[in-house]
Write a protein that binds this ligand. Sequence first.
Ligand SMILES: [Zn+2]
Length: 205
Amino acid sequence: MKQCFIVIALIVIPHFLLAQSPAEKAKEYQIQQEQFKKAQLMREIDSGKYFLEIGEYELADKKLKYALDNIKSVPSELAYFFGKNSYFLKKYKQSVDWLTKYIQLKGTSGQYYQDAVAVLQKAENNLLAQKKVETAQIAEVLSQNYDIDCGPSGKVICPVCKGSTVIIKAGIFGNSYKTCTYCDKHGLLSCENYNKLIRGELTEQ
Ligand SMILES: [Zn+2]
């Protein structure tokens, strides 16, 4: 207890002795606040790291994201933890981005270098696979993969001759005219043939 008082006295007394101007006091207060905030953010990073280790990736993401949004400049280890956690959340692009940043910042001497490279490699592979799937999904929604309902008439104006039944070809000796072989004499296509045509499956009749 006695020692405690001495310690407190040693801390408190200089404050009485040093007559601070209001500006100095304000500055000191500001510095204290910043240190307090930084310590708080470091604790957020630590719990983020802990949640990452025990596989609670959503929770880890919350903690690390909070630190990212509030910290003045991002420490390299935060880049590593956030990048690694993003990998487990299947956010591969984000993972590649932050892990690359970490490796750029720390080089081969970084504490987490080996692991960062290993996770980055996996994230890149998965990102590539993800892009392939996305491309396939985009291709799937093209209209040619669907049967188009042509409406109650069941007929569509021939897109080849635009319903004129005549195909005009421009040649060196003037235009040549040919009867359209895709549609009927009215310049119409049946719905079945229309769907075949847009898939490139309709042969000239
Ligand atoms: Zn036609």
